[in-house]
Ligand binder design. Structure first.
Ligand code: PLP
Length: 391
């Protein structure tokens, strides 16, 4: 007998992946230009040239250094460089020891959850949320609790959160800038969340960890500043990735920060190392550890995303669609003009417009439009959206 749970996860891919695969097949039939694929969050701007330069320079290093193992947590020198960079940006005082290198945010999250969870523990997420959280929480033997969306602001509904926070709450997962809503948590939201969690920790005599999923940290518009969560809440674990910020999702590189301020931080760090070991996530790709260490001050040019955001938001709202105004990431969360978002997505699909129904994000009635596409795709799709809107 196989493991039934694993079989189920493997046998049914996510709605996003299904739509993306459909799009690839459809393009073969009707042509690339005729399919408006807004399904997946694959960065459309190229990785900064400094990345290529760093790779080329590193290729000159001795092969046994470049292609050899690093320690399980990552190259200590690389982790030191990252710590210095984060300290400069956010006024923290981390060292290499606070960092664990990972293969992207997916590993950062799954390791952190596995490191913390005991059977029966609860992890709270906020709808709409990245669907893989459910997989990582369930496979760690814990229970996922969903805080309903605040569909006015897409910040946190604190009353709803307070109702489900309890003595079994081990972790709370936030993702700002957010996939799929594009919302960015304000400083007031982060402050209020911290105060609530601290109050609940005291009330229950427990540690409640805040897992801050930050692959879009640098993708914000209009001069907005994303609060650095550990500066507000002591029990924060930062789950970072370079997949989106430096357009290198295929290279699978990111990190976890366990600050000294976290309760029992030495134990948590050891548990993170243990979870990495248990999941087989040791020694993240060494070439790319070294690449990012050389590129700590490099940032992607996100002006194309901003341009797409303005074009799509402006165009769709003009057509009568109700959209959340996205302040970050590269997703537009649009209210489906009919109650059933799946039916709307199917209807759009008939026009070769691929948008993801929101149900798998734990929030019904919306579709997610990934605007990490070419400007031409958005311009060409606009008359089709007009047609779809007419019904
Ligand atoms: N978390 C969120 C919110 C995401 O949107 C993604 C990827 O789309 C991930 C985590 C996983 O990122 P990575 O590719 O770095 O594993």
């Amino acid at each position: 007998m196989l493991n039934e749970q694993m079989y189920q996860y493997g046998n049914k891919s996510s709605v996003i992946r299904e739509l993306f695969a459909y799009g690839l097949e459809r393009k073969k039939i009707v042509g690339e230009e005729k399919v408006y694929d807004f399904s997946i969050g694959n960065p459309s701007i190229p990785a900064p040239t400094e990345i290529k330069q760093a790779i080329l320079e590193l290729l000159e290093e001795p092969a046994e250094v470049l292609h050899g193992y690093s320690p399980a947590a990552g190259d200590p020198q690389v982790r030191g460089v990252l710590a210095d960079s984060v300290n400069r940006k956010f006024g923290t005082h981390y060292t290499a020891d606070n960092f664990y290198m990972t293969v992207g945010a997916a590993a950062s999250l799954s390791i952190s959850i596995k490191a913390l969870a005991n059977p029966g523990d609860e992890f709270i997420v906020f709808a709409p949320f990245f669907p893989e959280y459910a997989v990582w929480v369930e496979t760690a033997g814990a229970k996922l609790l969903v805080t309903p969306a605040d569909t006015e602001s897409f910040q946190i509904d604190f009353d709803a959160l307070e109702r489900i926070l309890g003595p079994k709450t081990k972790g709370v997962i936030i993702n700002s800038p957010n996939n799929p809503s594009g919302a960015v948590y304000s400083e007031a939201t982060v402050r209020r969340l911290s105060e609530l969690l601290e109050r609940k920790e005291k009330e229950y005599g427990t540690s409640i960890f805040l897992l801050s999923d930050e692959p879009y940290r640098e993708i914000v518009y209009d001069g907005l500043v994303v609060p650095f969560v550990p500066n507000y809440y002591h029990n924060t674990l930062v789950c970072y990735s370079y997949s989106k910020s430096l357009s290198m999702p295929g290279e699978r590189i990111g990190y976890i920060i366990v600050p000294d301020e976290a309760d029992d931080s030495l134990y948590v760090r050891a548990a993170v190392a243990g979870a990495g070991r248990a999941l087989g996530y040791v020694c993240a790709p060494v070439l790319f550890q070294k690449v990012i260490a050389r590129c700590t001050d490099v940032s992607g040019d996100i002006s194309a995303y901003k341009n797409n955001r303005d074009l799509l938001y402006g165009g769709l709202t003009k057509l009568g669609f109700e959209c959340v105004y996205p302040q970050g990431a590269f997703y537009l969360f649009v209210k489906a003009p009919e109650a059933d978002a799946r039916a709307f997505s199917e209807r759009a699909k008939k026009h070769d417009v691929l948008v993801v129904p929101s149900d798998s994000f734990g929030c019904s009635g919306y579709v997610r439009i990934s605007y990490c596409v070419s400007e031409k795709t958005i311009r060409d799709a606009m008359p089709i959206f007009a047609e779809i809107m007419k019904g």
